[in-house]
Design a protein around this ligand. Structure first.
Ligand code: CO
Ligand code: ZN
Length: 331
């Protein structure tokens, strides 16, 4: 699974520019599902048709997009000013490198400041792509870039710029491959534009009309110095969402996941996240409402170029998903 993770986490794909990811994932799952389709917004859907009358229609979602930056002004010397795509912080930008769709890379620099005690603003930052003038600048207004950082392993700890949410994509792919038989009709959705407001999953859930939805995404942990007050920690199992700032998970879905974890002796944690949300929030509010929940992968340093997860949590999450899909679902 690690080569798959490396391939996905190092790929380019800021929100709205998921084409490359879509191609990568499509190639990975070729021939496995009953059908593969792409909806008008670009969500990639891998579907298993129902074999049993008692089965439910299940939508799973993991987002392909990553946070990034977009050029909004190129000055006469060829320096690019930019605006964030999704939840990017200025502190994690400094000295960072970004890569555009055409392969051009740039370094994020900062103006000389009078007051270093203040958090810099995006207006004070620029991207240096090595140009010398506006006209020879290889990127233009409207071009989007993602951060650049190599995948790394420290034992069970895996580090990458986009564990959020390529780790979810990898888990969906592995679950799809591992699923032997299921009574359910299952749509594995690799969604677009999550980081700018859960947009892809919203239209997917509307179109698919599932009986229930489960997102797979990362969540924060409370296991770093003076971090958020939260019980979730790396390496103690996937977290089953109870609530976050965008949703109250449907208790039936939460209980179903807890039950399946207990039966299969998969370690798990319960997640109450105070800031942040996932595709499950958009699924829940689609059409007349969809019971929805989320399997979260504990992740340190979220929305920095070094998002860190524990490989054991990832493997347990695959197992939990497969256990849940192979058995009947009563809501
Ligand atoms: Co995110
Ligand atoms: Zn995410």
């Amino acid at each position: 699974m690690k080569p798959l993770i490396k391939k996905l986490v190092e790929a380019y794909g800021p929100s709205g520019y998921e084409d490359h990811l879509r191609d990568l994932i499509r190639a990975e799952i070729k021939g496995v599902p009953d059908y593969i389709s792409v909806d008008p917004l670009g969500n990639l859907i891998a579907g298993l048709r129902s074999k049993a009358k008692s089965g439910k229609k299940v939508m799973l979602s993991a987002h392909m997009d990553e946070i990034g930056v977009m050029v909004n002004y190129v000055d006469e010397k060829g320096f690019c000013r930019f605006t964030p795509i999704g939840g990017v912080g200025t502190l994690t930008c400094l000295g960072g490198r970004v890569r555009f769709a055409n392969g051009v890379t740039g370094v994020i620099g900062i103006e000389k400041r009078d007051d270093n005690s203040r958090v810099p603003t995006f207006e004070q930052l620029f991207i240096d792509v090595g140009a010398t003038s506006h006209d020879d600048c290889p990127v233009k207004v409207g071009d989007a870039a993602g951060f650049v950082r190599a995948f790394e392993e420290h034992g069970d700890r895996l580090i990458a710029k986009t564990m959020d949410d390529r780790i979810g994509c990898a888990i969906l792919i592995e679950a799809l491959r591992a699923l032997k038989r299921t009574p359910h009709e299952v749509a594995f959705v690799f969604s677009v534009q999550e980081e700018v407001g859960l947009r892809g999953a919203g239209v997917s859930a509307f179109g698919l009309e599932p009986d229930l939805g489960i997102a797979v995404d990362v969540t924060r942990t409370g296991d770093t110095p003076k971090g958020v007050k939260m019980e979730v920690a790396l390496g103690r199992g996937p977290a089953i969402k109870v609530r976050d700032s965008g949703m109250l998970a449907d208790p039936r879905i939460k209980n179903l996941l807890v039950k399946r974890a207990q039966e299969a002796k998969i370690p798990y944690q319960l997640e109450v996240l105070e800031s942040g949300t996932t595709d499950a929030a958009a699924m829940q509010l689609a059409r007349g409402g969809v019971p929805a929940g989320c399997i979260s992968i504990p992740c340190r340093h979220i929305h920095t170029p070094s998002e860190t997860v524990d490989f054991r949590d990832v493997q347990w999450a695959v197992k939990l998903l497969v256990e849940t899909l192979e058995k009947p679902i009563e809501l």
